[in-house]
Design a protein around this ligand. Structure first.
Ligand SMILES: Nc1ncnc2c1ncn2[C@@H]1O[C@H](COP(=O)(O)OP(=O)(O)OP(=O)(O)O)[C@@H](O)[C@H]1O
Ligand SMILES: [Mg+2]
Length: 617
């Protein structure tokens, strides 16, 4: 067959309107994109209050009103031109941009796919002016200083796009999310959202130090505030602030992760990875942490001009960002939460306030927190008596006096003279053991319940990790090696991973072609079942090829070891042993969660206990 090549069509410039419609395809995907752009503009105009009105999920109408600086009449027509902006003038401005907008594209794009009307007035104008984008018609209008933009019938001229819209409820939810993202980073601005003539959200402008917390509470709820920790961390020139959810508050989806770079909401892989990796030690599965993180960085070190919707950014040095975020989140999570409890010199005030505050993380406790931490550190330096939790296993522990009854070092006495002799520890004094599983303790705030295995497991794990990071896991030869019948695979694994196994404080060597001998075990796991421990280590190692047995795998192996080493359920503990465990928890990093991210302890406050029994009603 004779194929004649197609005749090339002549190259022509596209008409302006089509150019805008093509550009709009990237910028305006759905009503929420319009909301985002209009709120961006309102914030850039210095608005204090922003009102968003929607009809039919934003498909019929999106109106955004602000009280910002407004536009002069001559700027109105310019504002809908493509590549026309008041925000940057040259490349240098672009490289250090601090406004949300900079392309001069949003209004042009929106105007090309909707009926757009802008009314605006500056503080020197006698009255407002209104522009109909489609006709270019300008007329006088009534409004005070600021700008109102109305977007009607989105995608009316591009039915193909319109077809992709989801239900009104879904579009509304996206619009709402879009405003939430802005509102979380700008608590100083008031927002209200209306749908079909009714207010659906209203967030008042906040000021002062607690502004962000108030706004997060408004948007993410009380639970988020109660189940998260404040982050404030400086790493070189990068500041990371915000709140990170406790590991047990994690979700199955990554839908509550808000990250901002210089107040711009972003979905950034580096940030998300860094934050998730900070939870690695708590969340082994697919669970997703919840957080709101604000990253402040020199604008020159981040390029915001890489994505049509500006939701992605590119960092000059993504490693420094990764480190800053990981470190900020990690160190926040590592501090035992029990340290946030009031020390004893707050006792009487706490009791007096109990009915009103109930929350032991109250501000009033923070002032003395540092004194308490300081005294704890001094005490730890002065005494190792229960530092070694071996004592949980040995009968001699029962003869050991509890930590708080010991002769205080002079240091300790000096710095804690305000403490009562009836010492009040953050996690309280042990009272009893429940069903061989839980420790019940009493502290000033009420009752503490501890999952003893989970807590001890964490402590052992942290100890092993510390050793591994230092000189290696401390190992102790067994007087009489323990032998066990082993499979071929177990023997092969023991030989192949001999070095790794030794780093982990174990010595497992072939005894015959059918048996292995355990000759040393980690000091911290002396009392555990050496055979069970060895078997599970070998089975886990068999799943790794040697190159992957690094860092993370090692930590997982340590976690397995810790589980073997931790005090088992149904083992009766003496009060002294229980107290020793509580004291150790108070000073062990990450002790609030077991190695699988579940909580190790819970506080029941007086208020909650009273509520059970309807006291004071
Ligand atoms: N609410 C507003 N108040 C005052 N001026 C506004 C408002 N909205 C838009 N403008 C003016 O109109 C111009 C064009 O807005 P548009 O959103 O199209 O572009 P931009 O914000 O400059 O950049 P981008 O396309 O990145 O958003 C802005 O630069 C600004 O001067
Ligand atoms: Mg803009």
């Amino acid at each position: 067959m004779n194929h004649s090549p197609p005749i090339p069509r002549s190259i022509q410039e596209l008409p302006d309107e089509l150019i805008s419609q093509i550009a709009a395809g990237e910028v305006v995907e759905r009503p929420s994109s319009v909301v985002r752009e209009l709120v961006d503009n309102a914030l850039d105009a210095g608005a204090q209050n922003i009102t968003v009105r929607l009809i039919a999920g934003g498909t019929r109408l999106i109106a955004v009103e602000d009280d910002g600086h407004g536009m002069h009449a001559d700027s109105l027509s310019m504002s809908i031109k493509r590549h026309a902006t008041s925000k940057i003038r040259n490349l240098h401005d672009l490289e250090s941009v601090s406004t949300m907008g900079f392309r001069g594209e949003a209004l042009a794009a929106i105007a090309s796919v909707s009926e757009l009307t802008i009314s605006s007035r500056t503080h020197i104008d006698a009255h407002a002016m209104q522009l109909q984008a489609r006709t270019g018609e300008l007329q006088a209008a009534a409004r005070s200083q600021g700008t109102s933009i109305e977007v009607k019938e989105l995608f009316f001229s591009t039915p193909a796009r319109r077809k992709f819209l989801k239900s009104e409820a879904t579009e509304l939810a996206h619009c709402l999310e879009s405003v939430q993202r802005h509102a979380l980073s700008r608590p100083d601005v008031g927002f209200s959202i209306w749908h079909e003539g009714k207010t659906i959200e209203q967030w008042r402008a906040q000021s002062g130090e607690q502004a962000h917390d108030h706004r997060m509470r408004d948007i993410l709820g009380d639970e988020f505030l109660d189940q998260s920790l404040a982050v404030d961390h400086l790493h070189g020139n990068i500041r990371v602030q915000g709140r990170v959810g406790l590991p047990d508050f994690a979700r199955s989806r990554a839908d509550h992760q808000f990250a901002y770079v210089n107040q711009r909401y972003v979905r950034d892989r580096v940030i998300m990875h860094a934050a998730r990796s900070a939870y690695e030690d708590f969340l082994h599965g697919q669970r997703q942490p919840v957080y709101v993180l604000f990253v402040q960085i020199d604008p020159m070190r981040v390029d915001v001009n890489v994505h049509p919707t500006k939701i992605e950014v590119r960092f000059r040095d993504s490693r420094e960002i990764h480190q800053a975020i990981r470190h900020a989140v990690e160190s926040t999570l590592a501090t035992p939460r029990s340290q946030n409890h009031a020390p004893f010199n707050e006792h009487s005030r706490a009791i007096a306030d109990l009915r009103s505050f109930g929350n032991t993380n109250s501000d009033s406790t923070h002032a003395s927190l540092n004194t308490w931490r300081q005294s704890r550190m001094e005490l730890n330096q002065g005494s190792n008596a229960v530092d070694d939790l071996q004592k949980l296993w040995t009968p001699s522990a029962q003869a050991t006096a509890p930590l708080f009854a010991q002769n205080p070092t002079s240091n300790y006495q000096a710095s804690t003279s305000a403490f009562s002799s009836d010492q009040d520890w953050p996690l309280g004094k042990a009272i009893a053991q429940l069903h061989g599983v839980y420790i019940l303790a009493q502290n000033h705030a009420g009752m503490v319940i501890v999952d003893m295995h989970a807590a001890h497991e964490r402590i052992v794990y942290e100890r092993l990790k510390q050793q591994l990071d230092g000189q290696g896991v401390q190992s102790q030869p067994l007087l009489i090696p323990t032998t066990f019948a082993a499979t071929d695979q177990e023997i092969a694994t023991a030989q192949e991973f001999q070095e790794v196994i030794q780093q982990l404080g174990l010595d497992i060597a072939p005894l015959s072609s059918k048996s292995l001998a355990v000759r040393s075990v980690p000091v911290n796991l002396l009392q555990g079942d050496a055979v069970a421990l060895s078997r599970s280590m070998l089975s886990e190692l068999a799943h790794h090829d040697s190159s992957t047995v690094i860092d993370r795998a090692q930590h997982e192996l340590l976690a397995t070891m810790a589980c073997h080493g931790a005090v088992r359920a149904n083992r009766a503990l003496t009060i002294e042993e229980m107290n020793a465990l509580l004291r150790k928890m108070e000073t062990t990093e990450r002790s609030d969660q077991c190695n699988h991210g579940r909580p190790t302890w819970r506080q029941l406050t007086h208020k909650e206990l009273d509520a059970f029994f309807m006291r004071g009603r």
